[in-house]
Design a protein around this ligand. Structure first.
Ligand code: NAD
Ligand code: TYD
Length: 361
């Protein structure tokens, strides 16, 4: 791994991954291609270790010329593909961009990698690697007593987001089977941690609680997600790129599967502890049940035994320690928070997604 193209590196997980990579790979050069959509921000890339080894390029993964040029100009030997439209609620209100970025964009990157590595042989295909970052949501939803998902679970996506990610996973595998492109995949559960855009459950709850705004719990709040601290995810991806078997998929998760309501209550308890004098304490009094998400998947859970036994990976944070770190990070970064929250597109999104939901109870 000498010249790694990270797509979506100004987003939540991508920026954490770049930070992780620059710390753990002392000679790697990172070429970060990001369109800076509403979800991307250069503020996520401040304070990088060894910033001289990071090159930022603003551009769209759907633009074949931009992507082809990066492969030619930077001798890219590794791709870590994060760029995507990533929010389920946005995919319900506007699915078109999900098809474009997640499917067409991934196709475009695969074509550029195939051209550079297999046709023009600009780097040795034996050492090149295309790593695709995907989600557990491609597997659909679980009933309460179903066993967790694993690498062999059949795909059954149920939202435009998960359907578009499923399509991209299939394309990545097809490029391996058909052309021999050296790929690996990870399907990971819900991430949380520093730099997450506050449209997602955990940062939304932290920031609303801080301002004394309602904490909007969808439906009965008993939906279950498996939560992984973002740095643990970055470590797993790094390990799979270095030691994973070409053509293979690794299921990644946190072994933390509480219902949403428990997550929200835990956040409130941590906030009560950190901000004992807040006028909004106890923060749990801000919880409001609101109209559910259409087609809301009830439960996700992941069996992570393959990556544990084959690559020796383990999540380092449990939910309590990870949430405490995360709340602390948001409290300690008011400039980041106000820059993101002040953006017009964020306010518009909050109005679009929440105003019509009303209160359920
Ligand atoms: P994010 O929404 O925070 O960031 C996405 C980034 O991609 C942004 O910086 C955005 O500007 C960029 N981007 C979007 N469209 C682009 C385009 N056409 N060209 C170039 N850049 C573009 O997302 P995230 O939460 O960091 O997720 C990253 C990846 O991890 C996604 O592929 C997502 O499906 C996957 N994933 C996320 C989670 C999670 O819980 N967040 C869990 C599992 C897998
Ligand atoms: P989210 O963070 O959007 O991730 P995903 O839909 O990809 O799992 O949502 C996590 C869970 O929290 C999901 O069950 C929906 C729920 N949720 C709420 O109850 N209220 C909210 O305001 C949001 C954004 C999510």
């Amino acid at each position: 791994m000498q010249n790694i193209l990270v797509t979506g590196g100004a987003g939540f997980i991508g920026s954490n991954f770049i930070r992780y990579l620059l710390e753990h790979e002392p000679t790697v050069r990172v070429i970060n291609l990001d369109a800076l959509t509403y979800a991307g921000s250069l503020a996520n890339l401040q304070d990088l270790p060894s910033p001289e080894r990071h090159i930022f390029v603003q551009g769209d993964i759907c633009d074949a010329n931009t992507v082809g040029e990066l492969f030619r100009n930077h001798a890219i030997d590794t791709v870590a593909h994060f760029a995507a439209e990533s929010h389920v609620d946005r995919s319900i209100l506007g699915p078109g961009q999900f098809v474009q970025t997640n499917i067409v964009g991934t196709f475009n990157l695969l074509e550029a990698a195939r051209q550079a590595w297999l046709v023009e042989k600009r780097v040795d295909p034996q050492t090149a690697r295309f790593h695709h970052v995907s989600t557990d949501e491609v597997f659909g939803t679980l009933h309460p007593n179903d066993p967790p998902f694993d690498e062999n679970t059949a795909y059954s996506p149920r939202s435009p987001y998960s359907a578009s990610k499923a399509a991209s996973d299939h394309l990545v595998r097809a490029y391996n089977h058909t052309y021999g492109l050296p790929v690996t995949l990870t399907n990971c559960t819900n991430n949380y941690g520093p730099y997450q855009f506050p449209e997602k459950l955990i940062p939304l709850m932290i920031l609303n609680a801080l301002e004394g705004k309602p904490l909007p719990v969808y439906g009965d709040g008993m939906q279950v997600r498996d939560w992984l601290y973002v740095e643990d995810h970055c470590e797993a991806i790094h390990l799979v790129i270095k030691r994973g078997i070409v053509g293979e998929t690794y299921a990644v998760g946190g072994n933390n599967q509480p219902p949403n309501l428990e997550i929200v209550n835990t956040i409130c308890e941590v906030m009560d502890e950190y901000l004992p004098k807040s006028a909004h304490s106890p923060h749990a009094s801000l919880i409001k049940y609101v109209q559910d998400r259409p087609g809301h998947d009830r439960r996700y859970a992941m069996n992570i035994s393959r990556i544990q036994s084959e690559l020796g990976w383990q999540p380092r944070q449990n939910l309590q320690s990870g949430l405490a770190r995360t709340v602390r990070w948001y409290l300690d970064h008011p400039e980041w928070v106000s820059a993101i929250r002040g953006r017009e597109d964020f306010q518009t999104w909050m109005n679009n997604n929440y105003t019509q939901r009303g209160h359920k109870k």
